[in-house]
Write a protein that binds this ligand. Structure first.
Ligand SMILES: Nc1ncnc2c1ncn2[C@@H]1O[C@H](COP(=O)(O)OP(=O)(O)OP(=O)(O)O)[C@@H](O)[C@H]1O
Length: 288
């Protein structure tokens, strides 16, 4: 489906991505998590052929995406601020979607427009941020492209609409399994949908793992400082807070029953770190 091998990318003198490798051969829903400016959009632009890598190789469905209109018939990329024409209504956007995507599913498009209660004739530039996101979702899912890339697809959606998005995405994926890649900086918003998660940091992909596996990482320990320090021994501390004689640390370990039993024996309090906190901590330079 997609393969990036040692890909680097520069905007002029500035290196935005450095030696990125990412390989997925299964049709799955995968997430791309990274902090602001980490390079999510740049990576997505490279995958969708909008930018040419400075070095390295990219294959999408076995062909190089850059400047390759044939390959791009099988890739849909919905950008964070998608450049819809000033004059387009939803109906116009659907017409263009149908024109550019050979696998376009008009009945799905109409179903989604109804699901999101979008007015078909109103100009998209008069829509709220959340409504513009919904239009992106409609085009992205109705395209049924084997590689569907969506930058920040939950941007501006309220809880109710987010739920509708989850439902639509999963239904669409079950009907037609394909590689769907979603970026976010709030992992909680997409984690339940994604089988795997890629983490981008320091200009490269530092993890690409099963979501269930990643969710087990990160242990929070707190208690009297000497007890906690003695307990963690050589584990890597990725976050540390102090309150008088007490400290609270996060360590980069898998939460297991064994850790739980040991902590209880030593009088150290233990909990599983929330995934978002864990990701923020592993991508924060400093405490080690
Ligand atoms: N056109 C450009 N010219 C120069 N630098 C750029 C350009 N576009 C992005 N960058 C830089 O490249 C880096 C990665 O940007 P990118 O937009 O890919 O990050 P992102 O993870 O999508 O960020 P965010 O979550 O804030 O949208 C940032 O440091 C950004 O300032």
């Amino acid at each position: 489906m997609i393969k990036m091998q040692n890909v680097s990318f520069q905007y002029g003198d500035f290196t935005a991505l450095d030696s990125v490798s990412l390989h997925e051969k299964e049709p799955i829903i995968a997430g791309l998590w990274g902090r602001n400016g980490a390079g999510k959009t740049t990576l997505m632009k490279l995958l969708s052929g909008l930018e040419k890598p400075t070095s390295g190789d990219i294959l999408v469905n076995t062909t190089s995406p850059y400047n390759n209109s044939e390959a791009m018939k099988h890739v849909t990329y919905m950008q964070e601020n998608h450049p819809f024409s000033q004059h387009w209504s939803v109906n116009d956007a659907l017409r263009f979607g149908a024109y550019f995507n050979p696998q376009w599913d008009q009945s799905w498009a109409e179903y989604l427009v109804e699901l999101f209660e979008l007015p078909g004739k109103k100009k998209i530039n008069k829509f709220s941020k959340g409504m513009q996101t919904m239009v992106k979702i409609v085009i992205g899912l109705a395209s049924k492209a084997p590689v569907t890339i969506m930058d920040e697809p939950t941007n501006g959606l309220d809880a109710h609409m987010r739920k509708k998005f989850y439902q639509a995405l999963l239904e669409s994926y079950e009907d037609d399994p394909r590689f769907i890649f979603l970026s976010t900086h709030h992992i909680d918003e997409i984690e339940s949908l994604c089988e795997k998660i890629a983490v981008i940091h320091a200009k490269t992909i530092i993890r690409y793992e099963e979501t269930d596996q990643l969710k087990q990482q990160g242990i929070l320990l707190s208690g009297e400082e000497s007890l906690v320090r003695d307990f963690i021994k050589s584990s890597i501390i990725i976050e540390e807070r102090r309150l008088g004689k007490q400290i609270s640390v996060m360590i980069d370990q898998r939460y297991t029953e064994e850790w739980e039993q040991l902590a209880n024996q030593k009088g150290v309090s233990i909990e599983k770190a929330p995934l978002q906190d864990y990701l923020v901590s592993v991508t924060t330079e400093g405490v080690r």
